[in-house]
Design a protein around this ligand. Structure first.
Ligand SMILES: [Zn+2]
Length: 65
């Protein structure tokens, strides 16, 4: 599975297990950064789906007239 990050990438402080942020310097852990990337991707997919739906309905409306 995922390799657990034990120390902060920025300052080297030992991290609490499954921490999202470093307690000392506030830097995001690798796990948190990955989750943010996944969240952004999911958001983009939803945005594209909504845009495609609007385009699709506009197109259906246009050819029905
Ligand atoms: Zn740190």
């Amino acid at each position: 599975m995922e390799n657990v990050q034990v120390a902060c990438d920025s300052c080297g402080t030992q991290l609490v297990p499954n921490a999202a942020y470093c307690e000392k310097c506030g830097a995001r852990t690798r796990r948190a950064r990955r989750l943010v990337r996944v969240a952004i991707r999911v958001e983009l997919v939803f945005f594209v789906l909504v845009v495609l739906m609007v385009i699709g309905f506009t197109w259906i409306y246009a050819i029905q007239r």
